[in-house]
Ligand binder design. Structure first.
Ligand SMILES: *Cc1c(COP(=O)(O)O)cnc(C)c1O
Length: 366
């Protein structure tokens, strides 16, 4: 048996008629960049987050970059963030000449540990950029209260958390700005790159609409230097066809996660924990083992695809050496990087493949 990380062909087989109907609409109108179909998606994602505005952009990475640009980040400004995330959480900061200040993660969730914020600097902090890693929200109320106390804005990296909630408030409803990704492997994925920023703030909304389109509020009249980061209508069409399924797909992932927890109980591994009040959407189901590399090699040999999110914490990436961080600076993130392993989790996994994964993981430990 071969078990992929994700089975997008199975997903497409179920929705192809709807997808193609929406795609056809784009070809009929020949309106490929922004326009009414993108606006429809913007309104629906904003409503999912229960905020006023959605701004479609070219990727999740750009959603974070543009969010920080809209906050008018200047060289030397500090952005507090996590060392355990996808690369672009931090490249969004350094690209603007700002400086990431890392705060270690909580070993239970692998999310930024709010208890450690008390040790972070206060002067020069312009923003806090927490990541809802693997599909579970950070302790947002604590992070926001610290950010408020130092006068910083919170930008959520919700690229892995579309549809997740905490205290019944969705990802995207907490920060001043939030970035989402529609990369094909995300819980809501397009047919290529795509992203969205959401905000309740009218001024930031207007600013971002200009920033994503070369800084021109009126075409060919540029009041600042923006970028080309517009969402294409074909992406919006595919995403609109998929969006009605998101809730059921997330629910299915949660069911699979529960069943993994039951079937893998009692093994010498740490299983993912959903904090009280959180609605985790299991973008990834990440276990921890001190024999991670052996386990991964064994599962690969048995045809099971697993992945490591992330093998190198961001403070130890070569390209960020100039920041001066060293091994040992963030022990929890560094330990997680050695122990985490993501098992296949996707709505179409099915009984047989699920059982096979459980059998093989159990088999490894004898
Ligand atoms: C996917 C992802 C991004 C980047 O999104 P892209 O659309 O690939 O640019 C940023 N942060 C996190 C946590 C992600 O998972």
């Amino acid at each position: 048996m071969k078990i992929p990380p994700l089975d997008l062909q199975a997903q497409y087989a179920e929705i192809s008629v709807d997808v193609m109907r929406r795609v056809q609409e784009v070809f009929t109108t020949q309106r490929f960049i922004l326009g009414p179909i993108v606006e429809e998606l913007e309104a629906k994602i904003a409503s999912l987050c229960r905020v006023k505005h959605g701004i479609g952009v070219a990727s999740g990475s750009d959603a974070l970059l543009l969010s920080l640009m809209a906050l008018d980040l200047k060289p030397g400004d500090i952005v507090v963030t996590t060392p355990l995330s996808f690369f672009s959480t931090v490249s969004a900061i350094t690209r603007l000449g700002a400086r990431p200040h890392f705060v270690d993660v909580d070993p239970v969730t692998c999310n930024l540990d709010p208890d450690l914020l008390a040790q972070a600097p206060v002067a020069g902090v312009k923003a806090v950029l927490p990541v809802h890693l693997f599909g579970q929200l950070v302790c947002a109320e604590e992070i926001i209260s610290w950010a408020d106390s130092v006068g910083a804005a919170v930008v959520e990296d919700a690229c892995q958390a579309i549809g997740a909630t905490r205290q019944n408030r969705p990802a995207g409803n907490w920060g001043k700005l939030t970035g989402f990704s529609f990369y094909p492997t995300k819980n809501l994925g397009g047919a290529g790159d795509g992203g969205m920023i959401v905000t309740d703030d009218d001024e930031l909304n207007a600013h971002l609409r200009s920033l994503r389109d070369h800084g021109a509020k009126k075409r060919y009249f540029h009041d600042e230097v923006g970028v080309n980061s517009r969402l294409g209508a074909l992406q919006a069409a595919v995403l609109l066809a998929k969006l009605p399924h998101l809730e059921a797909w997330n629910l299915k992932r949660r069911e699979i996660a529960d069943r993994y927890r039951n079937r893998l109980a009692g093994l010498p591994i740490t299983l993912p924990v959903e904090l009280p009040g959180n609605y985790h959407i299991y973008h990834q189901f990440v276990l921890r083992s001190n024999r991670r590399d052996e386990l991964k090699a064994y599962l690969t040999q048995e045809g099971i695809f697993t992945e490591i999110y992330y093998p190198v914490p961001l403070h130890l990436q070569d390209c960020f050496a100039f920041l001066g961080y060293q091994t040992g600076d963030f022990p929890q993130a560094e330990r997680a990087a050695k122990e985490v392993l993501a098992l296949p989790i996707f709505p179409e996994l099915g009984e047989e493949r699920f059982e096979y994964v459980c059998e093989k993981v159990r088999g490894f430990f004898g």
